[in-house]
Design a protein around this ligand. Structure first.
Ligand SMILES: *[C@@H]1O[C@H](CO)[C@@H](O)[C@H](O)[C@H]1NC(C)=O
Ligand SMILES: *[C@@H]1O[C@H](CO)[C@@H](O)[C@H](O)[C@H]1NC(C)=O
Ligand SMILES: *[C@@H]1O[C@H](CO)[C@@H](O)[C@H](O)[C@H]1NC(C)=O
Ligand SMILES: *[C@@H]1O[C@H](CO)[C@@H](O)[C@H](O)[C@H]1NC(C)=O
Ligand SMILES: *[C@@H]1O[C@H](CO)[C@@H](O)[C@H](O)[C@H]1NC(C)=O
Ligand SMILES: *[C@@H]1O[C@H](CO)[C@@H](O)[C@H](O)[C@H]1NC(C)=O
Ligand SMILES: *[C@@H]1O[C@H](CO)[C@@H](O)[C@H](O)[C@H]1NC(C)=O
Ligand SMILES: *[C@@H]1O[C@H](CO)[C@@H](O)[C@H](O)[C@H]1NC(C)=O
Ligand SMILES: *[C@@H]1O[C@H](CO)[C@@H](O)[C@H](O)[C@H]1NC(C)=O
Length: 798
């Protein structure tokens, strides 16, 4: 729900309405309390209902009444003691608490406080309203995303709240932070027809008897990751229409008796731990409109009974181990998948992503599902045929994902496709040129296009500027594209063109694309000066990857402090310059022509959030930056924070640092933009790395290195370092790789290094070290090459 759903009250109108309401209420209650109701009949006011005989107000509906602020417990409202129904939804109670004076309204049977911006603990007083039949406290949340609720139910907890509310027929606590298990007493609420507690932080075992409450029609406890349980045997005659337990820890098999739920319309079991076959008896549930089995471990053939489900609108079977037919890839047995699916004429959502479906799929069959809005067949072993009849299209299709579908060319029907927002054809075998009709297809609606990992070679008609008007993410990386870099539309946030053969200089038109957040040009043949205008993107640009091109010239010099740049990779170019940046988290300048000293930090030059610095293979001189070691706070402790550190601006970047090859050669990220969650690949570990190897750094290794307790990789190899190895390195307890080889270090290897329990890679070769090699710990695992080329090292190195 968006706040904009709240009636848009201009503040003056709102104020007067509230006054009016309050006056009204005071008027009511005074008269009621005085027992004198004649002459001022307010029972005709909209939203007010009175008892015809007594004149008492019995129902008050103040929904969407622009109420805001808190309700004072001494408000006249609470003197309407005959009230049976109270509805305050869609108001703005400004994060105030639910007034406990509600407990005075002991005749209440209906209380609806959803969507009203109440916050804090739900008062105990509610538990005294033992006549309550309907209690809706759901969806009190701030902001636009209903992810975190404002209300909590802890003291009292859910058990004490509901134990006396035995007449409840309807209970909705969605988004209330309950943080407990579901009280087993609820299994005795025989009148209950509807129970919802979506995203309530429930845990513990779900009381199975609730499923079989005789009147239950709706059970919704989705997105409670820690609640566990099994589906029980269901009895014939159950009233259940909606069963929604997705994103929970439910496990086990779906019992055959699930087929007894003849009223079932909505079955959502996605993202749980279910296993086994889907029982054929489910084919009896012909009223089903929504079937979500995604992300479990279901196996077997895609159930053929799907064709019974002629009302089906939503079908998600992705991320299981379904197969397409008994005999995979046998053409005579083409049957099931298509024939069952082609009968689902009402289908709007079809997701078969990531199963073990292997066979040919005729897109023509699917093109008959004219209501489809979402289609995903990605990541199976399907061979989707791209030939489709001329003029075919899916008029309502918005999202199409056919990654890894063995497509040999662009599916024909795309030419006619209007209104697409997402198009993913990555990891196929599409070769040749990018046809020019692609520039016209869904030109105004397309938000996201992924054509990466194909064999595209060029543009049929090279566009200087890609024509889509609403693009936010374009990925044409990992192809064989030649020619110059097409400039993305002005609205682009993510532009990935890495691993192609694009050449030449970047057109100055790029300077207009100021919304760029992620820009990856790595592994191309692009040349010329690094576009200096990138400095002007400093509020948006978060990731800039120019790795392995032929750029030269200074790094754009004016990146301001407070900008968003998290990762800059200028490795393997010809650039050289100084760089100033505050919030930088990853800095990769390896293999350039950088020279000069790594000086002492100036006040605006401290990189407190730096996690990875790779300046290797340059011509840096001077001493190790011991002052920096005191300011690189992010390298100090490796906490959960380090995993979430990229979340700050909605971008998660994980860097896969392979220290064996000494390069950051891969990164992946999830980008949340305009509500669209775009996942590139999975987020792996976040590393903390210092690589200053192969420069001309001189002097001693400063003791301040001991501050960087979170450090995992330290590579100072191939420099001119002198003096002893500081024993304090033994306290860098997260160190996994330590390379001090090829320097001029003297003295002994400090025994303290034995304390490094995670050290997997170690080298001090080619120095002037003497004395015994420490024994024990990880040292038993290093071979001679770690110590080679030192004159005076001795000991029984293994
Ligand atoms: C509630 O209203 C009474 C009377 O107007 C006032 O004295 C009291 O301070 C108010 N309480 C709160 C919490 O605003
Ligand atoms: C409470 O109000 C909301 C918003 O109008 C509505 O969606 C919900 O169905 C209501 N709850 C009950 C039990 O009527
Ligand atoms: C519940 O009801 C019982 C009996 O009606 C009463 O004794 C008890 O105080 C009530 N508990 C709460 C929490 O209201
Ligand atoms: C449910 O009701 C039965 C019968 O009244 C009673 O014996 C049982 O204790 C109740 N269960 C709970 C959990 O309150
Ligand atoms: C339910 O499905 C099973 C297995 O498909 C079938 O044998 C049974 O007759 C069906 N029951 C009803 C009532 O449709
Ligand atoms: C549904 O499908 C099953 C298995 O394919 C079949 O046996 C059954 O008769 C069908 N039920 C109905 C009600 O169509
Ligand atoms: C996928 O199907 C093949 C046979 O087509 C089978 O050998 C393989 O084990 C299946 N994989 C999974 C994960 O089910
Ligand atoms: C940055 O933007 C300013 C103002 O729009 C402009 O004058 C300047 O030339 C731009 N800098 C670069 C390097 O493009
Ligand atoms: C350290 O850097 C050197 C030179 O850049 C490289 O050869 C070596 O493999 C790196 N050591 C580790 C442990 O990554």
């Amino acid at each position: 729900m968006k706040m904009s759903v709240l009636p848009c009250c201009n503040s003056r109108k709102a104020l007067s309405l509230i006054r009016l309401m309050l006056l009204l209420i005071v008027a009511f209650s005074l008269r009621l309390i005085n027992g004198n109701f004649k002459g001022f009949d307010c029972c005709f006011w909209e939203g007010v209902e009175c008892d015809h005989n007594t004149g008492y107000v019995i129902s008050l509906n103040l929904s969407k009444s622009c109420l805001h602020g808190s309700i004072n417990s001494s408000s006249a409202l609470f003197r309407l003691v005959h009230l049976e129904k109270l509805n305050l939804v869609f108001n703005n109670f400004s994060y105030s608490e639910i007034p406990s004076a509600l407990g005075n309204l002991s005749r209440l049977t209906y209380l609806n406080l959803s969507y009203s911006l109440f916050a804090g603990q739900i008062p105990f007083a509610i538990s005294k309203l033992s006549k309550l039949s309907t209690l809706d406290l759901s969806l009190n949340f701030a902001g636009v995303n209903p992810s975190e609720g404002l209300l909590e139910l802890k003291r009292p907890d859910m058990k004490s709240l509901v134990q006396n509310l035995t007449s409840l027929t309807y209970l909705d606590l969605s988004l209330v932070d309950v943080s407990s298990s579901i009280p087993s007493v609820m299994a005795n609420f025989s009148s209950l027809t509807s129970f919802s507690c979506h995203n309530c932080k429930l845990f513990g075992k779900f009381p199975g008897a609730i499923f079989n409450l005789p009147n239950l029609e709706l059970l919704e406890v989705s997105r409670n990751y820690d609640i566990s349980g099994y589906l029980p045997e269901f009895y014939f005659g159950s009233q259940l229409k909606e069963l929604s337990i997705w994103m929970t820890n439910f496990s086990g098999q779906v019992p055959a008796s699930n087929g007894n739920l003849h009223s079932l319309e909505f079955l959502a079991l996605s993202h749980c731990k279910f296993v086994g076959l889907v029982p054929p008896s489910l084919g009896n549930l012909t009223k089903i409109t929504h079937l979500g089995l995604e992300n479990n471990s279901f196996r077997g053939v895609v159930p053929s009974f799907l064709s019974n489900f002629t009302n089906l609108k939503f079908l998600a079977l992705g991320h299981n181990q379904f197969r397409a037919s008994e005999i995979p890839s046998s053409l005579d047995k083409l049957i099931h998948l298509e024939s069952s699916i082609s009968r689902l004429k009402n289908l709007q959502y079809l997701d078969l992503n990531s199963n073990n479906l292997s066979r040919l799929v005729e897109l023509n069959t699917i093109l008959e599902l004219k209501n489809l809005e979402f289609l995903r067949l990605s990541n199976n072993k399907l061979s989707v045929l791209s030939k489709t009849s001329a003029n075919a299209s899916l008029p309502k299709l918005v999202k199409l994902r056919l990654a890894s579908c063995n497509l040999p060319s662009f599916p024909d029907f795309l030419r006619n496709q209007e209104g697409l927002q997402i198009l993913d054809l990555s990891f196929n075998h599409i070769h040749g040129h990018m046809p020019k009709w692609l520039w016209e297809m869904s030109k105004e609606t397309l938000l996201l296009i992924n054509l990466s990992h194909n064999s595209l070679t060029n543009f049929e008609e090279p566009p200087l500027v890609l024509p889509w008007t609403n693009q936010i993410r374009i990925n044409i990386g990992n192809n064989m594209l030649q020619g110059s870099l097409p400039i993305p539309p002005l609205s682009t946030a993510v532009y990935l063109v890495s691993n192609n053969s694009l050449g030449g200089e970047i057109s100055p038109l790029l300077c207009k694309v100021s919304s760029l957040q992620v820009f990856d040009l790595s592994y191309n043949n692009l040349s010329g000066m690094i576009p200096q205008c990138l400095a002007n993107f400093s509020n948006s640009l978060a990731i800039l990857n120019l790795y392995a091109n032929n750029f030269y010239g200074p790094i754009p010099g004016t990146w301001k402090s407070g900008n968003n740049l998290h990762l800059i990779n200028l490795g393997r170019n010809k650039s050289s310059s100084k760089l100033k940046n505050w919030k930088l988290k990853i800095l990769i300048l390896r293999s350039n022509g950088f020279h000069g000293t790594i000086g002492a930090p100036e006040s605006d030059f401290v990189f407190p959030e730096l996690h990875i610095i790779d300046l290797s293979n340059n011509e840096f001189t001077g001493f190790l930056p011991s002052e920096y070691f005191k300011t690189w706070n992010a390298m100090r402790n490796l906490s959960a924070e380090s995993l979430t550190y990229m979340h700050s601006i909605g971008i998660v970047v994980s860097v896969e640092y392979n220290y064996k090859y000494g390069s950051v050669h891969n990164y992946s990220m999830t980008l949340t933009n305009k509500g669209v969650n775009m996942e590139f690949t999975q987020v792996s570990d976040v590393f903390t790395i210092i690589d200053l190897s192969s420069n001309r750094v001189q002097g001693e290794i400063p003791d301040s290195i001991g501050n960087l307790e979170g450090l995992q990789v330290l590579n100072l190899s191939n420099n001119f370092l002198v003096g002893q190895i500081p024993p304090v390195i033994g306290s860098l307890s997260n160190l996994e790789a330590l390379d001090l080889s090829r320097n001029k270090l003297v003295g002994r290897i400090p025994w303290q290094l034995r304390q490094l329990n995670f050290l997997a890679v170690f080298s001090v070769s080619h120095n002037h070290l003497t004395g015994p090699i420490p024994q024990g710990g990880q040292f038993n695992t290093f071979d001679n090459s770690s110590f080679d080329g030192n004159l005076g090292l001795c000991g029984n190195s293994p």
